[in-house]
Design a protein around this ligand. Structure first.
Ligand code: SF4
Length: 355
């Protein structure tokens, strides 16, 4: 499924602000889909059902594996947390598409909010965006995206306070901010649009801007930067600013190469290769019912060794057991082996203020 987003819609603002030239360079391109975006659409649809208290029709959506089910449940839990925070009667809307009124007229349809919860009495709204990827958020882009949604909701939903949240269940992280005024946000959006429409708007490669750019494999600036960073590895920087700059360039180059590889694979699928071809393979088998499998094997397979084979969603097992966290951890202790510690690279968190 291809969803065409508004060229200055909330999810595009970060890219347009970082790379104004991306607008004219990718004009007319279709939004790209891949396995991750399709999985994201499916999970969003399940969460919308969970929030609405409905179940998908037979065949409406692909089935989920255990991990995906757990992520969906966590999103629905997150929604329930907001309803508790709202304290009282609320209105809820999933996949709410709205138009933005700007100084030059209405941009319709401008943006779609995954979830909007409205507490009429206090004229307060919560806007939630679910992100199922495993990537760290680029905070400037995230702040702009959620500010864009806040501006919409402040204009359209008769509220004067909007709490925005991005929930990333696979990282267990939440981004949050509060917006009270839509006008400054709309001025900022118009500024980003004007810079993008200006003659000679520059193309400025960066990991965050290029990550989702449909023009990445044909962009001269990204190509040049990727080549330059690759031939400079004998002069690695020593100053922290230069390390940060080069690290960002390497992230952008990785996106460039990944997109190039994906496009070459398309050529190979079309038969345009001497050395490479395609082969159909069956999907990976997954154990949908571990308890049933254990019951079938328990005479020959010790429980601790069976458990050691799997990656069990802990929160789901705890809920199944009906135990509180402390009691559950005591039961778990003999069966759990912690993975090796490792050092992850994460973004430094910034203080978030109204845009
Ligand atoms: S690939 Fe990067 S630098 Fe080139 S247009 Fe797209 S966002 Fe801009």
């Amino acid at each position: 499924m291809t969803i065409q987003h508004h060229p200055f819609g909330p999810s595009r603002l970060g890219q347009r602000a970082a790379c104004p030239g991306s607008y004219s360079f990718t004009l007319g391109d279709e939004d790209e889909t891949n396995a991750d975006s399709e999985e994201g659409s499916t999970l969003h649809a399940y969460v919308a059902h969970g929030v609405e208290g409905t179940t998908p029709e037979e065949g409406e959506l692909p089935p989920l594996d255990l991990e995906q089910e757990e992520r969906v449940e966590e999103c629905v839990e997150f929604f329930l947390g907001i309803t508790r925070e709202a304290r009282g009667q609320i209105g809820k809307h999933t996949e709410l598409t709205m138009a933005l009124d700007t100084s030059e007229g209405t941009w319709a349809p401008y943006g779609t909010c995954d979830l909007v919860v409205i507490h009429k009495e206090s004229r307060t709204a919560w806007v939630v965006d679910w992100k199922f990827g495993r990537n760290e958020l680029a905070e400037d882009s995230a702040a702009l995206q959620m500010a864009g949604y806040a501006a919409l909701v402040l204009q359209r939903c008769e509220v004067n306070t909007v709490h925005v949240r991005i929930y990333q269940p696979r990282l267990g992280r939440t981004y949050q901010a509060t917006h009270l005024e839509g006008e400054p946000i709309i001025e900022r959006i118009e500024g980003i649009r004007d810079a993008a429409l200006a003659d000679g708007a520059p193309r400025v490669p960066s990991a965050d801007a290029c990550r989702y750019c449909s023009g990445a494999t044909r962009c001269p600036e990204l190509t040049a930067q990727s080549m330059a960073v690759a031939v400079n590895t004998d002069r690695l920087p020593t100053h922290p600013d230069a390390v940060d700059e080069m690290y960002d360039k390497v992230q952008a180059a990785k996106k460039f190469l990944a997109k190039l590889e994906a496009e070459l694979k398309d050529r190979i699928r079309e038969g345009l290769s001497n050395n490479w071809t395609t082969q159909e393979k069956g999907g990976k088998r997954k154990i949908a019912n571990p308890a049933g499998l254990y019951r079938a094997l328990h005479e020959t397979v010790p429980l601790d060794e069976f458990i050691a084979l799997g990656s069990w969603p802990m929160e789901k097992v705890r809920k199944l057991s009906g135990l509180k966290a402390k009691a559950f951890n005591e039961v778990l202790e003999p069966f759990v082996k912690k993975g090796d510690d490792y050092t992850a690279i994460v973004r430094k968190r910034k203080e978030v203020e109204d845009v």
